[in-house]
Design a protein around this ligand. Structure first.
Ligand SMILES: CC(C)(COP(=O)(O)OP(=O)(O)OC[C@H]1O[C@@H](n2cnc3c(N)ncnc32)[C@H](O)[C@@H]1OP(=O)(O)O)[C@@H](O)C(=O)NCCC(=O)NCCS
Length: 338
């Protein structure tokens, strides 16, 4: 007996990026400011990471408020009304609260009353994971308009007594609208997502969850903050990102020449440069804006996409490769023709 699915998936559909937006809190924390808090220097931070400053949320800004600002801009850019959004995914590791999800707050505050909404926790790979989910929901024919957001207030889980980690992180949000199209060839061409839970100790924040619940004293009071094993992350990130770019080019039968812009997760300018050298990528094709924002985890890629589009670095028809590595461990990439 042939079972007919209730929902037809007539395809083939394309998942187009049709709108982008970003939001950075006004307050800026410079390297010079950090020298007054920990034993470091502007020269050390720039030479080891490429970071000059990062944006920090004010007391009345939260992950949901900054996500909402970025979302409004992306929806406007796409020429849609909030009611036309079918699904909202917020990639974040600094959610508004334990529950409900940050995405539910955004859904309410932008007035997307026809959308369902959820958060996705894949650390720095959160946005490329969300892009992959959106791609598959669109090409299946199930939805027309999906809003994906990367938003973080990492300053809330940063230990400003730890000079290794506090120099790295900032706050910010970026959003992208993905729409279904039945014509043309443009759209998300390929996504690849991988996890290795065995590597969880490399990057994590141990409090407060089921293992370390609120109310139970932590073994180490510093466990409320992010812990990073910087050197280990550095080497793993370079290796995985190189592998991912190779995989994407092979699967899509593309060469470096076909890619207009490589947009890597902004974790350290040296990591990005090292990947570029190994793959012989022309530096002008590798987008770096870490100097202005630091590492904003799931938000770095959508902020970068928005900047590339608004600055005319990426235009309709251009092929872009997004690639990320982060806690979990998680890593992933998307190839998109804009
Ligand atoms: C964190 C990171 C910048 C450190 O750079 P590094 O070149 O690996 O530096 P090291 O950890 O080897 O430290 C070198 C020295 O600088 C010191 N140092 C560390 N942070 C410093 C700072 N902010 N200012 C001055 N000195 C610092 C160290 O104490 C060490 O001193 P020692 O040699 O006397 O022991 C780098 O490893 C990195 O970017 N890693 C990945 C980042 C990451 O995990 N991001 C989150 C996930 S996406």
């Amino acid at each position: 007996m042939v079972i007919k699915p209730k929902i037809p998936f007539p395809g083939p559909y394309k998942a187009h990026v049709t709108g982008t937006g970003s939001f950075l809190p006004k307050k800026i924390l410079t390297n010079e400011d950090l020298t007054k808090i920990v034993d470091t220097s502007d020269e050390w931070i720039i030479s080891r990471t490429g970071i000059r400053e990062r944006h920090i949320a004010s007391d009345d800004e939260t992950t949901a408020t900054i996500a909402t600002e970025a979302a409004k801009k992306a929806i406007e850019d796409a020429g849609l009304s909030p009611e036309e959004i079918d699904l909202i995914i917020v990639a974040t590791i600094t959610p508004e609260m334990g529950f409900p999800s940050t995405a539910c707050f955004v859904q309410d505050w932008i007035g997307a009353k026809n959308a369902w909404a959820f958060d996705l926790a894949a650390a720095c790979s959160g946005f490329v994971y969300a892009m992959s989910i959106a791609q598959h929901f669109i090409i299946s024919g199930r939805y027309n308009n999906i809003l994906i957001i990367g938003a973080e207030t990492l300053s809330r889980i940063t230990d400003y007594e730890d000079r290794v980690s506090c120099i790295l992180f900032g706050d910010g949000a970026g959003a992208v609208v993905i729409q279904r199209s039945e014509t043309g060839t443009r759209g998300i061409m390929y996504s690849s997502c991988t996890s290795d839970g065995g590597g969880w100790t490399t990057l994590n924040c141990k409090a407060y969850g089921s293992r370390n619940p609120i109310g139970k004293p932590l073994k180490d009071p510093k466990d409320v903050y992010m812990t990073i094993r910087g050197k280990e992350t550095y080497h793993l990130a370079v290796r995985r990102i190189v592998e991912l770019i190779d995989e994407c080019l092979e699967k899509c039968e593309l060469s470096v020449d076909d890619i207009k812009m490589f947009i890597p997760h902004q974790m350290n300018a040296r990591i990005i440069e090292s990947v570029g050298k190994r793959l012989k990528l022309p530096p002008e094709k590798v987008f770096i804006n870490i100097d202005k924002y630091g590492n904003t985890s799931a938000a770095t890629i959508p902020i970068a996409i928005d900047e590339c589009c608004k600055q005319g670095k990426v235009k309709q028809g251009d092929i872009v490769l997004l690639v990320a590595f982060g806690g979990g461990l998680t890593w992933g990439a998307n190839v998109i023709q804009f």
